[in-house]
Design a binder for this molecule. Structure first.
Ligand code: XBP
Ligand code: MG
Length: 236
């Protein structure tokens, strides 16, 4: 095994984390923020769990709103309304996160600490916005995102969102390493496909909404990241 960094230490040189569903079970809070924004804008829309579960196949909140509007032929007056509506949703989500509505998934905090302690670099490859990553890091670690992760790559920075490899390729480029030197962490088949297409091995840890996904192709499929560092250090 090589560390991908030329240092001779076994294991990966960097860990790249998905955010929603991987660091925390965020999607019920996203759903609440979408519904609150819809109500505030007088739209008469409400996404229940089955509706939202189906809509999660569309990655990205703006894209999800647009897909719902288009599928149901609801009229939103102008395209700009989607951006405004989504910005309102993001503000509401950020406030809920800051109020303490989320906690880390089991094993996440210790995995990040152990990887950091062993000299690995840490990155994020997410479909959500940098604002949401910031809010989540402050809630989970009580520290800014830039103190937890060396690199943050977000969906709006790339041409195509997951399952395209773009956001992982951007994270790798910012880390200055090749895909085989890093290990990705994902909760969904869409995220798994994105990371695999960028050349990464993937630890798949299905989230609540994604438990029915097909995770074939994962390097390691596990229900929890509790104790994950030991497995990774021994097996990568
Ligand atoms: C999952 C997503 C996101 C969130 C909503 O992202 O598809 O769109 O559901 O976030 P991840 P936004 O890659 O982190 O799993 O409304 O900010 O897009
Ligand atoms: Mg995810």
């Amino acid at each position: 095994m090589s560390d991908g960094m030329g240092g001779g230490r076994p294991g990966p040189g960097a860990l790249i984390f998905d955010v929603d569903g991987t660091l925390a079970e965020t999607e019920e809070l996203h759903r609440a923020a979408f519904n609150a924004a819809f109500a505030a804008h007088g739209l008469g829309w409400h996404w229940d769990r089955p509706t939202y579960g189906a809509l999660l196949a569309v990655t990205g909140g703006k894209e999800r709103i647009r897909a719902y509007r288009d599928r149901h032929a609801f009229a939103l007056p102008r395209e700009t309304d989607i951006a405004g509506l989504h910005a309102d949703k993001t503000r509401r989500y950020g406030r809920m996160v800051a109020e303490g509505a989320l906690c880390a998934r089991p094993g996440v905090l210790s995995l990040v600490a152990e990887a950091r302690g062993h000299g690995l670099r840490l990155a994020v490859a997410t479909t959500t916005s940098p604002d949401n990553v910031e809010a989540l890091c402050r809630a989970l670690w009580q520290r800014p995102a830039g103190e937890i992760f060396d690199v943050i790559a977000a969906g709006d920075e790339v041409g195509a969102k997951k399952p395209a490899p773009d956001v992982y390729l951007l994270a790798l480029a910012r880390l200055g390493i090749a895909g085989e030197a890093a290990l990705a962490f994902e909760d969904s088949a869409v995220g798994l496909a994105s990371a695999r297409a960028a050349g990464l091995k993937v630890v798949a840890c299905p989230s609540l909404y994604m438990s029915g996904d097909d995770f074939a192709g994962a390097w390691w499929l596990t229900p929890s990241l509790d104790g994950a560092w030991r497995h990774i250090a021994a097996s990568f």
